[in-house]
Ligand binder design. Structure first.
Ligand code: FES
Ligand code: FES
Length: 973
């Protein structure tokens, strides 16, 4: 290899770098010399996270080879813009204007914005948006609006029209922080580029650390493996070992990830997922071997030399094909259709088919079949993990896990390390939105470290990550709903088929959501519904914000509009007539926990009326305007068995240390934990500076559960209250003042207090009955009412969302930036889900751009969020949880708006321009858009419901979880 020496002026100083100009990108070189604010996400020029300024111009440094950089070029990275002791106004604004979530995109955005302000220090909002669009800066977390707010605020300081203090939140005068702005503890590291994400950790590990690369053949979705030949790979330069499943087994591992399908109707008997494939490939992204070498390049070169011989098997790439009677089994132990859950209400409890009769005999009815997409998460950072044995011989895995203890359970016995010797540490995380609830990458790097008995780092390319990680389950559904002459719903029937992909874990859980959130939060007297999950050969279904509920709203909120039209009633008014009123029950025959629906609609009504008026006025033949509305919502917590443990300790320096695993994915796990601790310790007058967070290391932190299910604030807040009471009781003196650490020690008083909060504290929570769907699995709900205004270009079929309004109720708000951050972000994902996002074509959907990620101009600048705060009695300080609801139904508000604009109903997502245009052409020719034919989902709905009725299974309630162990993590074997 030939290398070159080159001088570059970096952040004002001349520096000499040694590189391979043909091969090295500017991003690699800058990172190698320590400028790790330069983040590499996509690595292919489509995300902007690696933006730097080269000779005055913003460029994406991942695709800029050194040979194309002239010697003595001037380069500016984030490190040259501001430091912790000397922050640039942009950095201050980013911290104070809600512009930071995961922070992975932040350096690229700030560098890009800095260049903009050099050119134009008084940009309009649209000019800022145009700039970020032009430079391909993508933020997947924030929904963009706050980033523009931050640039506008910083520009004022740059122009001398405002001071730094004017754009900095001042601490609350009364000492309280709850419900008030509070800067995230991690914000400073994120805006200065000092936060080390996985690839930064890898770069900074000791020199003896080895590097692994995956062998992901990408030759078939379903195949028998005839031979894995590693001989050539083993001879490649730098290779230490090439491992297959045989090595994992030789090292004492089972090679299968722990898994439990606990639903009474699950037919799964064996864990479905291997770490490294043995005799079969089940999906395109499966991994068959790992090459471990001295450098990443050597590992990748060796991985490319592993030969895999296969025999192709039939491939089932969607639910409909996998449940056909002639389909072979994906997994030998179970039929492809492996779990189902009915829901029956009213007359259906006696005889489900009576619901069909009621619908047939009602004044109006609507029916339709719908498909919602295999939505990819598209976090900017992909899979990056590191493993080593620590000083106590714990196999320590650094990762992006959304549930450290769940990851330990999922790893189980798979890699030959006992659970009690596994330690999981969360790195700074460039977001996940759900995919990192799965521990597949942890198993890979753990198996590699066990094989070489030393430190190993594994970083997938974005394309490898895209194929390796799970996605939101695509869903086919059929439904009918009917109403009387007054527009009151009489009955509904529905049938969902969830494509859970190659692996089963979670499939028994995701199907609970459709039988809870279809037609939420309306009152329906009679319901006959069913949802089913099947294995296919596409990538596996996994958690994603609003897990399982967008599929439900895709059907029900479309049918609400369709029925309103049949009945000749305005869609807003139709919803008003049907929202549940105090005491009325949901489809699971239990009351809603709260009834904010009328008030929320009253808040939304003027926005709706204004939008309708404006849409009519602005409508032209070329640009059709429309308004769509959709209710949504979600549960809070994982239900009756949910538990959370945290610890508070008074440290020798009199700091109060909080230990928990509130995993910080960008949603605010740090600020949330700080805020509930401050509130719980309010009687002691504790300020933020006195609290030290010790988070997300399973060796020192108790199990606070996953960051999922909108549970963290609710569970952690309640546990923190309990621990704080214990600590304050111990510290309180007779005169009402509080002891110092030294006084506690002198008096022999314990300084460390752990508390566990369990959902069993909320009476009446039960799982769904597997025969009827009756149940009450949540202590609280969250509610959203979404309104989208769109413009459809009739020449191209392209839809632009012009404005989005969301009225929401998540209880008392603890931190408005964190809650609104979830709202803006969730809405932006919903718009992408409706219009562009997809991971169905594995050859095409290989990066965030080709998978349809929304860039800034795809998201409206005008997103109006209106909180309505109903106090939650069992929640901490009146709060519940906040995240999932915001991505539950925004997509269907957009799809309803498209119909309202131009008469094209999108039954099968996403609403890409060509699909809308095809509909417009049919209508222009005087034709009628034919909806999809009713899908065959495995059997007739009513026959299946009758079958379930005549073959009931024993309902084991929550005992089935508890019998397996005290902790939710014991659920997995
Ligand atoms: Fe360079 Fe994405 S554009 S990492
Ligand atoms: Fe922008 Fe996460 S904060 S990608």
């Amino acid at each position: 290899m030939k290398l070159s020496k080159i001088w570059l002026n970096i952040n004002g100083a001349d520096r000499m770098v040694v590189c391979n100009p043909e091969k090295d990108s500017l991003a690699e070189v800058l990172r190698r010399i320590g400028l790790t604010s330069v983040k590499v996400g996509c690595g292919t020029g489509v995300c902007g996270s690696c933006s730097v300024i080269l000779n005055g111009k913003v460029i994406r440094s991942c695709t800029k080879k050194l040979k194309a950089v002239e010697e003595y070029s001037k380069i500016i990275t984030l490190e040259g813009i501001g430091t912790p002791g000397n922050l640039h106004p942009l950095q201050v604004a980013w911290m104070n204007y809600g512009a930071i979530q995961c922070g992975f995109c932040t350096p690229g955005f700030i560098v890009s914005a800095y260049a903009l302000l050099l050119e134009n220090n008084n940009p309009t909002r649209e000019e800022v948006r145009d700039w970020f669009q032009k430079h391909r800066n993508v933020c997947r977390c924030t929904g963009y609006k706050q980033l523009v707010d931050a640039v506008i605020a910083a520009a004022k300081v740059v122009r001398g029209e405002a001071k730094i203090e004017d754009i900095t939140f001042q601490p609350s005068k009364d000492g309280g922080c709850y419900g008030k702005p509070l800067v995230r503890p991690s914000a400073l590291a994120k805006v200065t580029g000092l936060a080390d994400y996985g690839d930064d950790i890898e770069l900074k590990m000791p020199a003896e650390t080895l590097h692994a690369a995956i062998v992901q053949p990408r030759v078939a979705h379903h195949a028998k493996i005839l031979k894995i030949d590693t001989s050539e790979a083993e001879k490649m330069p730098g290779v230490v070992k090439v491992i297959t499943y045989k090595d994992i087994k030789e090292n004492g591992g089972t090679n299968q990830m722990a898994e439990a399908n606990l639903h009474e109707r699950s037919t799964v008997t064996l864990p479905s997922r291997k770490i490294l494939c043995e005799d079969k490939i089940f999906r395109y992204g499966d991994v068959v071997a790992l090459a471990i070498a001295d450098t990443q390049d050597h590992a990748r070169a060796a991985a490319a030399k592993v030969k895999v011989e296969i025999e192709q098997l039939p491939e089932y790439l969607n639910y409909l094909d996998a449940v056909m009677p002639d389909a072979i089994r994906v997994h030998d132990d179970t039929p492809n259709l492996f779990c189902q859950q009915p829901v029956l209400k009213g007359a259906a409890l006696d005889d489900a088919s009576k619901v069909a009769d009621i619908i047939d005999n009602s004044a109006y009815s609507a029916e339709g079949s719908f498909y919602s997409t295999r939505e990819p998460h598209l976090s900017i950072e992909g899979c990056t993990v590191q493993a080593y044995f620590d000083e106590d011989d714990f196999l320590t895995i650094h990762c992006k896990s959304q549930g450290l203890y769940t990851s330990i359970s999922r790893i189980g016995n798979s890699i030959g390390v006992p659970r009690e010797k596994l330690r999981i540490v969360q790195n700074f995380t460039g977001a996940s939105f759900g995919w990192s609830t799965n521990a597949g990458d942890l198993c890979l790097v753990g198996a590699a470290a066990v094989a070489v008995k030393g430190p190993v780092a594994l970083s997938l390319t974005y394309e490898e990550h895209q194929h390796f990680s799970g996605k939101r389950c695509p869903c086919h559904s059929n439904g009918r709903v009917a109403c009387d002459e007054n527009g009151k719903i009489t009955a509904a029937e529905f049938d969902f088929g969830m494509d859970h992909g190659a692996y089963s874990w979670g499939g028994d859980h995701v199907i609970e959501k459709q039988v809870r959130f279809t037609f939420f939060p309306y009152y329906l007297p009679h319901v006959a519904g069913l949802t089913r999950a099947a294995n296919t050969n596409h990538t596996f279904g996994t958690a994603y914000r609003s897990y399982g509920s967008p599929q439900a709203y895709t059907l029900s909120e479309a049918l609400m509009d369709m029925l309103a039209e049949k009945a000749g009633i305005d869609p807003f008014e139709f919803r008003w007539r049907n929202i549940a009123r105090e005491g009325q029950t949901n489809i699971n025959s239990h009351p809603f926990k709260e009834y904010p629906m009328e008030e929320m609609m009253n808040i939304m009504r003027p926005y709706y009326e204004k939008a309708v008026t404006e849409a009519k006025a602005a409508d032209t033949p070329e640009k059709k305007r429309g308004v769509g509305i959709a209710w949504g919502g979600f549960n809070v917590t994982e239900g009756g068995t949910d538990q959370c443990t945290i610890t508070l300790e008074l440290a020798p320096d009199n700091m109060i240390v909080k230990y928990d695993t509130w995993q910080e994915m960008g949603q605010g796990g740090d600020v949330g934990s700080l805020m509930v601790t401050l509130e719980a310790l309010k009687p002691m007058g504790v300020t933020p500076e006195r609290i030290r967070l010790a988070q997300n290391d399973s060796k020192i932190c108790p199990d606070s559960g996953m960051s999922a299910a909108s549970r963290s604030h609710y569970m952690n807040g309640n546990a923190t209250k309990l621990a704080a009471e214990k600590l304050m009781d111990a510290m309180r003196k007779d005169d009402g003042t509080y002891r110092t650490y030294d006084e506690m020690v002198t008096e022999g008083i314990e300084t460390r207090y752990e508390a566990k909060y369990s959902c069993t504290a909320t009476p009446g929570i039960t799982r769904l009955n597997p025969n009827t769907g009756i149940g009450d699995p949540t202590p609280a709900y969250t509610y959203v009412l979404n309104l989208a205004e769109v413009e459809v270009d009739t020449a191209t079929g392209k839809t632009k969302v012009l404005r989005f309004v969301c009225v929401y109720d998540v209880g008392k708000i603890g931190n408005i930036d964190a809650v609104n951050g979830q709202a803006y972000g969730g809405i932006s994902h919903s718009i992408g889900f409706a219009l562009s996002e997809d991971y169905s074509d594995v050859k095409k959907h290989t990066n965030i751009a080709s998978s349809g990620v929304p860039y800034i101009k795809d998201i409206p600048d005008e997103i109006i969020l209106i909180p309505h705060e109903t106090y939650r009695n069992d929640g901490p300080f009146g709060s519940s949880g906040a995240s999932e609801a915001f991505q539950s139904s925004g997509h269907i508000a957009v799809l309803n708006a498209i119909y309202n604009a131009c008469g094209v109903r999108i039954y099968e997502m996403p609403a890409k321009p060509e699909k809308v245009k095809a509909g417009l052409d049919i209508l222009a020719a005087g034709g009628k858009i034919e909806p999809p034919k009713k899908y065959f989902l495995g059997s007739d709905l009513y026959e299946e419901l009758e079958n379930i009725k005549t073959n009931p299974v024993a309902f084991r309630g929550d005992d089935m979880f508890n019998a397996l162990g005290d902790s939710p993590d014991e659920r997995f074997y």
